[in-house]
Design a protein around this ligand. Structure first.
Ligand code: XUL
Ligand code: CO
Length: 448
């Protein structure tokens, strides 16, 4: 590991990314790979600064904890902040590295699972003490840096006890344990002024329907979410709860399959007021949807809360969690986000990991800089399309027949099926009307 810093037990004054300073905006002409070429945090686009549009967050689990192991091989990355044996010491080293990284990138937020921050102990009481110790340290780091918590969550999928699910586990003892864990994660999120709280249902689903009472499990999940929400509200949490849809992996079928499924679940169980969606790119494509489709479904229901930024791989199906680099695709996504009025309470969390063979500490910077600049370009393009092109008018013209006359009566619920039959007979065969998709695609391409 010649390229890594020597291992040191830190007390908050170790610099982990020694060769790298503050990443700054240098403009599109810059040749500096350690600079932003498009993300200019104070630039105002469509009435808001880029910083406000995105609310970029670093994901603790990938960036600080991801060591490159996969089902076929051992970890490839021996990060210097993961070397201390004492769990709380290691957690503080990791947090030093985290805040150095986030502030060098100039980003405003981070996100974590409880046991990304510090290793889980062998009892709930001990884990709670560890989380409290690390929480105190986080408070200091956040106050000193101004970095805020976009959302916290609990890892309810890693430990063997959750192999049959957490809130949907057929064994009440496990459900109760999950409740204890969520209570601790909520306490920590609230103590750190977290703006939102996420539920990603990692093992809330099934492997086989033969051994699964789906209806009962879904009712348990709703009951559990109500309990968590009631507890948090009672303890002063005013942010949003987000459900993060994903169709499969690790479960064969996950209950939070996609935006439409989650919206129906929230509606059925009276959770629409407190919960919104955290839409992830690679989860959308795993569900055989585009990212923008998932965003639009969430927006239609008023539930577009936050996004997890990454991308999948076109040649294989699974959740590769690569950093975003496709300006065209993200421009289509930002068209949806801008037209929906932005993200409600959330931001853009880089739920993305460098590749197993990206072993330099610097790779973490290149990955984030690339992702951030891709988002900035997409926002600029989407804003230009909405303000300078015929994009909106071409689309609305397609629906012009509903703006007046009988079409308008239809929209307003004033016609019956028999009326449609009369109108159709009177009109004869409708003229063909082009969808003009290629024209629309060219408009997007012109601005990317
Ligand atoms: C897993 C995933 C999670 C959630 C948080 O696919 O996206 O990291 O974002 O639990
Ligand atoms: Co995610």
């Amino acid at each position: 590991m010649a390229n890594l810093n020597p291992i040191q037990l830190t007390s908050g004054d170790t610099e982990y990314f020694k060769k790298i300073g503050r990443i700054r905006y240098e403009g599109p002409e810059s040749d500096n790979p350690l600079a932003y070429r498009f993300y200019d945090e104070n630039r105002v686009v469509g009435g808001k600064t880029m910083r406000e549009h995105f609310k970029f967050a670093v994901a603790y689990w990938h960036t600080l904890c991801g060591t490159g192991g996969d089902p076929f091989g051992a970890p490839t990355k021996q990060y210097p902040w993961l070397q201390a044996k004492d769990p709380v010491r290691q957690a503080k080293d990791k947090m030093d590295a985290a805040f150095e990284f986030i502030t060098k990138l100039g980003l405003p937020y981070y996100c974590f699972h409880d046991f990304d921050l510090v290793a889980e102990a062998d009892s709930l009481a001990k884990s709670e003490r560890r989380l409290q110790a690390v929480g105190e340290y986080a408070k200091e780091k956040m106050a000193a840096s101004g970095v805020r918590l976009l959302w916290g969550t609990a890892n309810l999928f890693g430990h063997p006890r959750y192999m049959n699910g957490a809130a949907t586990n057929p064994d009440f003892a496990v459900v109760a344990h999950a409740g204890a864990q969520v209570k601790m994660a909520l306490d920590l999120t609230i103590a750190l002024g977290g703006e939102n709280y996420v539920f990603w249902g990692g093992r809330e689903g099934y492997q086989s329907l033969l051994n699964t009472d789906m209806k009962r499990e879904l009712d348990h999940m709703a009951r559990f979410l109500h309990m968590a929400k009631d507890y948090a509200r009672k303890n002063g949490f005013s942010g949003a709860f987000f459900i993060e849809p994903k169709p499969m992996e690790p479960s064969k079928h996950q209950y939070d399959f996609d935006s439409a499924t989650v919206t129906a679940f929230l509606r059925e169980h009276g959770l629409m007021k407190d919960f919104k969606l955290n839409v992830e790119v690679n989860h959308a494509t795993l569900a055989l949807h585009s990212f923008q489709h998932e965003l639009q479904v969430a927006a239609n229901a008023g539930l577009l809360g936050s996004i997890d930024a990454n991308r999948g791989d076109y040649q294989n199906g699974w959740d590769t969690d690569q950093f975003p680099n496709n300006v065209y695709e993200l421009t289509e996504a930002w068209l949806v986000i801008l037209e929906a009025g932005g993200l409600q309470g959330g931001g853009v969390n880089f739920d993305a990991k460098t590749r197993r063979n990206s072993t330099d500490l610097e790779d973490l910077f290149h990955a984030h800089i690339g992702g951030i600049d891709t988002f900035a370009r997409a926002l600029l393009a989407a804003d230009a399309i909405l303000s300078h092109s015929k994009y909106r008018s071409i689309r609305s013209e397609r629906y012009a027949s509903f703006d007046t006359g009988e079409g308008q009566l239809f929209e307003n619920g004033k016609l019956k099926l028999g009326d449609l039959a009369k109108i159709a007979k009177r009109n004869g065969e409708p003229a063909l009307s082009s969808g003009r998709q290629e024209l629309m695609e060219n408009i997007v391409n012109r601005y990317v």
